[in-house]
Design a protein around this ligand. Structure first.
Ligand code: ADP
Ligand code: MG
Length: 347
């Protein structure tokens, strides 16, 4: 089912949690809502679900105004961070729940409900655990049960609100791949909320970056990472360093020194230079940006230096080549190989 959001505004006590949000969710896609805490992700999900209503704007389900449909009529499968499994019910009963509470006319018979619940439990790879209770499962297993329960009602739309948020890093990564695999097989239209950019980029067909109740950018993971539409997106997605610079006649200057970087068609004036630590090169001679190494540390397989650049308190991070291990206090000069410039006023 495709879902269209048109100029959605949501106010709580006259303060807008969402402001003029428009978005097309395509049938069969897995879309991630990515943004910091408080950016309005959960609010948007609740509006789509019909658990709450927009102050202004329209939500269309398959082209029809959804405002006249109840939560039940929207046939939405939910998974939240704190699973909300029924504690007194076994895995099997939890998964069967959605079907067993249907009005009599739409309810399959008992044997059929059990058959379908077992099939789903098998699908989420928990077959040998169907008689366990939630407290006898790990966090990751509980979230798999929660997903099976959401799938049982044959949802037209699947909404997942930080479903792996409470789990440790390794389990999160496993479940991410598992969910992607489930999605490839079922192709349910899915909206996945997360504040974890790595999760969004790895999992989603398209990513919606949200900041303060507005959409900052919608695009494929590559578009979001390689061509961030704003400084906000650049800084939120991936590691980033930012410096106050000046553009003069197509050249970049940092604190009165030419950096050797050309800007192309950017108007003269102050700007923010944004780059990623791994997109930098150290240089021995010639123009660049110089700084004093204040910290050098290992991040996984690479070494990263924090540089105090210029006379103010600007600090940037650069990754070091294998053979280079400068001492603290060493002066280093580098140049970003890839960078973006944003207007200074945005920050
Ligand atoms: P996110 O899920 O991105 O962390 P939320 O959608 O939960 O963000 O919240 C967005 C903003 O709306 C926040 O400022 C939050 O305090 C506010 N908000 C959310 N729900 C309510 C509510 N029921 N009453 C008042 N303010 C709310
Ligand atoms: Mg939330």
């Amino acid at each position: 089912m495709d879902v269209k959001l048109r100029h959605i505004r949501k106010e709580f006590d006259r303060y807008p949690a969402l402001d003029d949000v428009s978005l097309d969710i395509h049938s069969g896609e897995l879309i991630a809502l990515l943004g910091p805490s408080g950016s309005g992700k959960t609010t948007l999900l609740r509006l789509i679900a019909g658990l709450d209503f927009p102050t202004e704007g329209t939500i269309l389900f398959g082209g029809e105004d959804a405002s006249c449909r109840t939560v039940q009529e929207r046939h939405i499968g939910f998974v939240f961070q704190h699973y909300g499994l029924f504690r007194h019910m076994t895995v099997l009963s939890n998964v069967a729940f959605g079907l067993s509470v249907r009005p009599r006319k739409q309810r399959p018979d008992k044997a059929e409900i059990e058959r379908r619940a077992r099939e789903l439990i098998d699908f989420v790879q928990l077959s040998d655990l169907e008689n366990r209770y939630p407290h006898q499962l790990s966090g990751g297993q509980r979230q798999r049960v929660a997903l099976a329960r959401a799938l049982a009602i044959e949802p037209t739309l699947l909404l997942l609100d930080e479903p792996f948020g409470a789990l440790d890093a390794q389990v999160r990564r496993e479940l991410r791949r598992w969910l992607r695999d489930i999605h490839e097989r079922t192709r349910h239209t899915t909206v996945f909320v997360t504040h974890d950019q790595e999760e969004a980029l790895e999992l989603a067909d398209r990513v919606v970056v949200m900041g303060k109740g507005e959409i900052e950018q919608v695009g494929s993971p590559d578009e979001i990472y390689d061509r961030p539409a704003s400084e906000f997106v650049f800084r939120f997605v991936g590691d980033s360093s930012v410096l106050d610079v000046d553009v003069r006649g197509g050249e970049l200057w940092f604190e009165g020194t030419a950096t050797g970087l050309s800007t192309g068609e950017v108007p003269d004036g102050p700007a923010h230079l944004c780059f990623r630590p791994h997109d930098t090169s150290l240089i021995d001679s010639g123009a660049g940006i110089s700084g004093i190494a204040t910290e050098i540390r290992r991040i996984g397989g690479i070494w990263r230096a924090t540089l105090h650049a210029g006379s103010g308190n600007a600090s940037v991070e650069i990754d070091l080549p294998d053979a280079v291990r400068p001492k603290r206090g060493a002066q280093l000069t580098f140049r970003p190989r890839v960078f973006q410039l944003y207007p200074a006023a945005q920050r």
